[in-house]
Design a protein around this ligand. Structure first.
Ligand code: MRU
Length: 335
């Protein structure tokens, strides 16, 4: 049974604590916007679509006891507050804006949150179907599809099915075989901790590699495609995703391996002309110097720890969305 990223209990949003995976499967019940802000910031819940859903529920938690007289001002305040939890995933802002538009009562907001979860499931399934068709194109029936992925854009990054991993899960249902090289994804190891766990639980053949092994993997193995998720796509098709994605895309181009990015259209930010305008989160130096509770670098060393990088559209062979596969030249303003 796959882990449930998030679940409304009737009183709280129950999150699987992703900081503790894979050693421990534990859940936290979030009942206040402050707890939700902290959960998003600490990556208890993470991945662009899941962050958006969590923030929407966080907004509901902030207004559920509001009087009609204070509802609008409470909602504005809690939205502004939750918007400061993480800067890069545009789904956070998209979800909070959607809540603003429907927000005329707490009940209405809760209904919208629940509808967004259902919608996320449908959107991810559609991404899975379109992505699978793309991956199977030109492949002899019965062959194994060999992929590389980075970070976690699987079920735990969405409500259920994931984006980059959705074609794999949909393909598995249809009897397609896959092998996935999983980048460990320094510094917080979302690939090793979460993607490898998810794929293994789903019975998908996978092999864990360090982030710096992509060229070796591509030079020694037949790789059909790289497939990753994204936190924000600019109007020109530049893509922000977990740090290391850009390097992987450069290596993929060198070895003529197609580089695909799977995302819901809610991850497209057509207000930004290009990726240079995407806000990139920088996280604490300790994530690099003291990973996993152990110091691995000299005290006081200077660190640069951007959580995301921007892959230029010129390296992206296709975007896989719920509306279909989009090829360059990207002009995403109309989506
Ligand atoms: O810092 P994280 O773990 O939230 O980063 C997640 C990613 O980079 C994912 O690839 C992206 O959000 C897409 S999730 C479907």
């Amino acid at each position: 049974m796959p882990l449930k990223t998030l679940e409304w209990t009737g009183d709280a949003l129950r999150l699987v604590d992703q900081t503790r995976l894979p050693q421990e499967i534990s859940y936290v019940d979030i009942t206040t916007p402050e707890q939700m802000h902290d959960a998003i910031r600490r990556l208890v819940v993470r991945g662009a679509p899941a962050i958006g859903l969590a923030a929407a529920f966080g907004a509901y938690l902030g207004v559920r006891h509001s009087t009609p007289a204070k509802f609008a001002s409470d909602l504005a305040r809690v939205r502004d507050y939750l918007a400061t939890s993480r800067p890069t995933a545009v789904n956070l802002f998209w979800a909070l804006e959607r809540i603003r538009r429907v927000g005329d009562s707490p009940q209405r907001i809760l209904e919208e949150c629940l509808a967004m979860v259902e919608e996320d499931n449908a959107v991810c399934r559609a991404i899975g179907e379109h992505g699978l068709e793309l991956l199977l194109r030109g492949k002899p029936a019965g062959s194994t599809i060999n992929l590389i992925t980075h970070c976690n854009a699987g079920g735990l990054a969405t409500a259920m099915l994931g984006t980059a991993l959705a074609p794999i899960y949909v393909g598995k249902e249809k009897g397609v075989r896959f092998h996935v090289f999983v980048d460990e994804t320094r510094p917080l190891l979302q690939g090793a901790r979460i993607t490898a766990m998810e794929l293994m639980q789903s019975g998908i053949d996978c092999t864990l590699v360090c982030d710096n092994m992509a060229a070796m993997v591509m030079s020694r193995h037949r790789i059909d495609a790289v497939i990753v998720g994204t936190d924000r796509v600019a109007a020109n098709g530049d893509v922000a995703n977990k740090i290391g994605t850009h390097t992987l895309a450069i290596v993929a181009q060198r070895f003529a391996v197609p580089f695909y990015v799977a995302c819901p259209t809610s991850t497209i930010d057509a207000s930004l002309a290009n990726g240079q305008q995407i806000p990139i989160e920088e996280r604490a130096a300790e994530e690099i110097t003291e990973p996993y509770g152990r110091r691995t670098a000299p005290a006081g060393v200077k660190c640069y720890n951007p959580a995301f990088d921007v892959t230029p559209a010129s390296l992206v062979d296709a975007l896989i969305t719920e509306k279909g596969v989009i090829r360059p030249p990207y002009a995403l303003g109309g989506l």
